[in-house]
Design a protein around this ligand. Structure first.
Ligand SMILES: O=C(COP(=O)(O)O)[C@H](O)[C@H](O)COP(=O)(O)O
Ligand SMILES: [Mg+2]
Length: 485
């Protein structure tokens, strides 16, 4: 079964014609991945009648050096090293017709410090491959020797807290709503009210750039006026994520420069600007002492379905390398996809120095980050003050909790919405610090705090029945006690 003769030494290996990928040297169950190899695990769903091992070899081949036919020019290269090797193929537990294919890539296949180059290989061609019904990149192990070629977050969690002078609790934010249509002046009023009421941050929504109803300079000017006033009024450091996403890199830089000129501590980009743009603005942010917030706009088009696309855990790893400081990573309890076990995997990728393999959280490999700074996860999307105990329990302390509708939709106004969230959070952190079982006692803790806080009382009343209880789509395939075969 195992191929032991190096492919280049087999007779006929370089005869012109078509040969199985397995026979071309892209499959080797005896291969021991090197510490320096980039590893990937794909979920493959072969077409009926296609052998899973051949499908795995094809993915290895097409994501490294192969094409559909033998090419003699392989022999002009160190092709034995450059061929990726499928070294393990396991059936997906309880899911007939799907396999996890583990593939090792020599580090020399990848340009240092380039997500574009990494992704052009790993997800470049293979997703359209006809012998596969579907393909999903589940996880990657990035060797420390490769991690070290990236700068990672310039600010990270620890230094962000130092700059903001905020410790011991999650940070609080709000996405300005409605998403589109406000004039700059009215937008600035929302920012001021939310910050004055007790939030640390407000933010632009993913699709706020520079439309006719509000050009970007208007927004930046009114927002920074609001930030400065709120800081003066509260004595706290405040910020607003100014979205600098634009149609070209020149405009992104121009907007970022203006945000800096106005004294903003933070700017924002959308994932859809692309990997090169993200790495470029991350380097700009490093040079300019600017916190960089990433909204993962667009990710669900390819991360959510289990048989297709790229898991968000891979995107989170790439973004930590790329050097953003914040990343949207899910809420579990809110309006958008977020299985608790899967989401824990994302948060661990952002916040740990070392991720041990944790199949129950979707982490297929150990991942060493060296000293790379930590990425602040941002929980956002359909959350409100009544869920504070669950949010603190599920997501921990080092995160931003962002309530858009859950601030601006408050019946007594935006500042009251912000106050409700701040009081709910502080009450919950106090209960945690006192050693209380705050998860189970959460509703009582909130009710007690609401006795002396009318805004919290009103928030709990208006949103008391709001939950988003739907089955998760992106769930792990392993229960805690299971290891792969
Ligand atoms: O506008 C919102 C949330 O608004 P609201 O708080 O009113 O629901 C964000 O775009 C989503 O959170 C993104 O989702 P994710 O954070 O999962 O990427
Ligand atoms: Mg949004």
């Amino acid at each position: 079964m195992n191929v032991v003769t190096p492919a280049t030494q087999r007779k006929g290996r370089y005869d012109a014609g078509v040969m199985k990928y397995k026979e071309m040297g892209y499959f080797d169950l005896d291969y021991q991945p090197k510490d320096t190899d980039v590893l990937a695990v794909f979920r493959i769903t072969p077409q009926d009648g296609v052998d899973a091992e051949e499908a795995a070899a094809a993915v290895a081949g097409e994501s490294s050096t192969a094409t559909w036919t033998v090419v003699w020019t392989d022999r002009l290269t160190a092709c034995e090293n450059y061929r990726a090797k499928a070294y393990r193929v396991d059936p997906v537990p309880g899911t007939p017709g799907q396999w996890f294919a583990y593939i090792a890539y020599d580090i020399e296949l990848f340009e240092p410090d380039s997500i574009v180059n990494l992704s052009a290989s790993i997800i470049g061609n293979v997703f359209g491959f006809k012998p596969l019904k579907a393909l999903r990149l589940e996880d990657m192990r990035l060797p420390i020797s490769y991690v070290k070629t990236f700068h990672g977050p310039a600010t990270g969690i620890v230094v962000e807290r130092e700059r903001l002078d905020k410790f011991g609790r999650p940070l609080l934010g709000a996405t300005v709503k409605p998403k589109l249509g406000l004039s700059g002046r009215n937008y600035g009023r929302v920012v001021y009210e939310a910050l004055k009421g007790g939030l640390d941050f407000t933010k632009d929504d993913e699709n706020i750039n520079s439309q006719n109803f509000m050009h970007w300079r208007d927004r930046f000017l009114y927002c920074m006026e609001a930030v400065n006033r709120a800081q003066a009024m509260t004595g706290e450091v405040k910020g607003t994520y100014l979205n600098v996403s634009a149609g070209d890199m020149e405009q992104i830089y121009e907007r970022a420069e203006f945000a800096k000129q106005l004294g903003s501590t933070i700017i924002m980009i959308d994932l859809v600007i692309g990997y090169s743009a993200i790495q470029s603005i991350a380097k700009w942010a490093r040079r300019n002492d600017m916190i960089l917030h990433l909204h993962r706009a667009g990710h669900s088009t390819y991360t959510r379905q289990k048989t297709h696309g790229v898991s968000f855990r891979v995107i989170a790893k790439w973004m930590r390398l790329a050097g953003v400081d914040h990343i949207h990573a899910g809420t579990v309890v809110g309006k958008l996809e977020g299985d608790p076990a899967t989401t824990k995997g994302y948060y661990d990728i952002c916040r740990e120095q070392f991720n041990p393999m944790a199949l129950q959280n979707g982490l297929f490999f150990d991942q060493d980050w060296g000293g790379m700074r930590k990425l602040m996860p941002v929980a956002s999307g359909g959350i409100h003050a009544g869920q504070m105990h669950q949010l603190l329990h599920l997501l921990g302390e080092d995160c931003v909790l962002q309530f858009g509708g859950g601030t601006i939709g408050h019946p007594q106004g935006i500042a009251a919405g912000a106050t409700a969230n701040r009081v709910a959070l502080e009450a919950m952190v106090l209960a945690r610090n006192e050693g209380r079982d705050y998860l189970n006692e959460g509703p009582e803790i909130l009710a007690a705090a609401a006795k002396s806080c009318a805004p919290l009382r009103q928030a709990l009343e208006v949103w008391k029945d709001v939950t988003f209880d739907y089955a998760s789509t992106d769930t792990p395939d392993f229960v805690p006690t299971m290891t792969p075969a």
